[in-house]
Design a protein around this ligand. Sequence first.
Ligand code: PAF
Length: 279
Amino acid sequence: MLVVNTIAEVRAFIKARRREGKTVGLVPTMGYLHEGHASLIKKCREENDIVVVSVFVNPSQFGPTEDLEAYPRDFDRDCALCESAGVDIVFHPEPTEMYKTPKAYVNISTLSDNLCGKTRPVHFCGVCTVVCKLFHITMPDRAYFGQKDAQQLAIIKKMVKDLDFDIVIVGCPIVREIDGLAKSSRNIYLSSAERKAALCLSSSIKKGESMIIKGMKSDELIDAMRDVIEAEPMARIDYVSVVDAFTMKDVETIDGSVLVAMAVYIGKTRLIDNFSFEV
Ligand code: PAF
């Protein structure tokens, strides 16, 4: 497995493999890899000749008061996981390599206004900008993203469509701990009491999944899910919303493809979870 830090190196490696007729899959990450990332890499390994993993904590997707400095990092452990998962090349650039010049931004504003975009106004512009750059740098046939970040996945699919990228975006299921907590690099921030409290997210998701039916009012579903979270004193709800899975706009009634999504603070840690429902 090759580890490179510069755009020139990763490009040279991929161009050479492409000349051999090989297909390329990309798994973009911010590192501190867990089983959720491992599932993306596994799928990428199955579907492509060459597997590229990028490890880059992208400053432009963090707001000024967010956890950029504290964001967990363990590059040696990430490399060990990548090596054992059969990754061909890890691209691990410095911010100065990725953002050499004044930035051009990519903004898919229509899908970014609701849900996480409300509380994190610069986040999705930063995500789209870096993912767009990674696509241009690595020119993959396929790129892999987790459904835990459902809004991110919808925005990236829209970006690919609107900007005519010839890349298949593959969404992969949420990976959970045995007790239901969705895997996330940010789970490391939780104290043991907070870790227990964080189960209110997956309990609320289970509640929602058990009661959702076509034609019901979204408010009825949201109220029941909020009740589960509000029973946990350490939890503070950012949002629990039911949206159209393609437009990310709130819907009043359950119909078509909907995304039921939430963000909840447990102490200072903001966690997200969701499920989809198709009528
Ligand atoms: O999902 C993430 O880890 C990040 O948002 C991504 C897609 C790697 C862009 O920095």
